[in-house]
Design a protein around this ligand. Structure first.
Ligand SMILES: [Zn+2]
Ligand SMILES: [Zn+2]
Length: 442
């Protein structure tokens, strides 16, 4: 076996994602690539079978968007991790079209007695008797941060002194930086109004569902948009070329990223609209405009051109603060450390659950309460294994995870926040891949 063959063989995603190196490589382009790479034609692929879910779209309990977006792709990972019970499996049979012509593009395994399916059965059992009233806490936490943010942006526009203005901008930025990850808790569920609050930070729910899911399903691989979006400026994948120019610019780039992250997402979205396949705009694109709109209607001044510019710059200031707070945590959220698996590293097991665990580390201190859990990506491992389960319920499933991991001899990684920051920088420089005896030749 040649070195090249070896690295292809150990890759979780077999084909190099079609449009990964394109100038326009936002979520819509990613989906377009999936449609050519997955061999699902105009159907939905689950494992090695094709299904026509057209008639089921309106009835899908998780909302129709998920199925609309994924038509023509392989949805096995989402199907397995979003559905805990056997009911969807039974239902699927009704829509069977044919067996798939080619093997899957993803090497994940879902053996009945393997780690993930065993854990899933146990979690499903536990979920039957779980106290679901605690999910109220997630909703309250979201609503509190949202209201606080709205009140603060009114103050941003109304305070007179410079000091008070800076304070309000920083506070509004921090509140919005909390609100984005909190809204992701609701983004994973059936359509609901809370999932739109993340859109106040220049993103859109539809876009985020694809972007965030690319990461959930194929973390740290070439197919993970949360990795490729930062390239070529920040490279977490060890296989990528990391020359002196890249290393030289890295510090500068990481600082810049703290200012432009959300603006970059917005840019990609509009690139997609103008040059990509996704020409439509959806009503949730309008949500971000609520921020300047609230400032205008509560400002108590006539809307002149100067006043409009004034509001625009205040909005930009708030967004810069949001970027700084958000990126600071987002980049170090426990996925990019040298001891975690990235594209090119030897993968010990392709079991869906085992792979997810090998790419994720929980950060000690963030699993303490519902607020840190929601706003700083706490309980990352459990969230990756069961994305649709509300963050407030995850602590009750922790013992099941720990016991099952012990049984299967799987290590759950934990680190401090400080270690995750240092590890993230080390990962940006890492070029050595973890091998299983095979050395990579340059
Ligand atoms: Zn993640
Ligand atoms: Zn998520």
């Amino acid at each position: 076996m040649t070195t090249q063959d070896y690295f292809e063989r150990i890759s979780l995603v077999k084909k190099y994602p079609k449009y990964r190196n394109n100038f326009v490589n936002g979520s819509w382009k990613w989906l377009e690539g999936r449609r050519t790479d997955d061999g699902a034609y105009e159907y939905w692929r689950v494992h090695d079978k094709l299904y026509d879910l057209t008639k089921f779209i309106e009835r899908h309990p998780g909302g129709k968007t998920w199925l609309e977006l994924t038509k023509g792709t392989d949805i096995t990972e989402a199907f397995e991790s979003y559905h805990l019970t056997q009911i969807p499996k039974e239902l699927l049979k009704e829509f069977f079209i044919s067996d798939a012509a080619e093997p899957r593009n993803y090497r994940y395994t879902y053996n009945e007695n393997g780690f993930y399916q065993t854990l899933k059965r146990r979690v499903a059992e536990k979920m039957e008797n779980i106290d679901s009233r605690v999910t109220n806490k997630s909703r309250k936490c979201h609503d509190f941060v949202l209201i606080a943010f709205i009140i603060t942006i009114i103050f941003v526009n109304r305070v007179e002194s410079n000091k008070a203005y800076i304070f309000c901008c920083v506070l509004a930025g921090q509140l919005l930086a909390w609100l984005v990850p909190i809204s992701y808790n609701f983004l994973h569920k059936a359509d609901n109004w809370r999932m739109y609050s993340g859109n106040l930070a220049l993103q859109t729910t539809r876009d985020m569902r694809i972007y965030h899911m690319s990461h959930h399903m194929y973390p740290n691989t070439y197919a993970d948009l949360e990795v490729s979006t930062f390239e070529p400026y920040i490279k977490w994948i060890p296989l990528l070329e990391k020359g002196w120019l890249y290393k030289f610019h890295l510090l500068f780039v990481t600082i810049i990223t703290h200012f432009i992250y959300f603006h970059n997402l917005l840019k990609m979205r509009y690139f997609g609209v103008f040059w990509g396949s996704e020409r439509a705009l959806y009503f949730d694109e309008l949500v971000m405009w609520i921020v300047p709109f609230i400032m205008i209607i509560t400002g108590g001044q006539a809307v002149t051109q100067v006043y409009f510019y004034n509001i625009f710059f205040k909005w930009v200031h708030v967004m810069i603060c949001t970027n700084i707070f958000y990126v600071n945590f987002f980049m170090n959220r426990g996925h990019h450390m040298p001891d975690l698996i990235h594209q090119g590293d030897h993968i010990k097991s392709f079991d869906f659950g085992e792979y997810q665990i090998s790419t994720t580390s929980d950060r000690i201190g963030l699993n303490r309460n519902i607020f840190t859990n929601l706003s700083y990506y706490g309980e990352q491992i459990l969230h990756h294994l069961f994305p649709s389960i509300d963050a407030a319920l995850l602590p009750q499933l922790k013992s099941t995870l720990i016991d099952t991991c012990k049984e299967f001899n799987i290590e759950l990684k934990e680190c401090s926040i400080f270690q995750s920051v240092i590890g993230q920088y080390k990962q940006m420089f890492r070029t050595e891949v973890k091998t299983n005896g095979h050395k990579k030749r340059e």
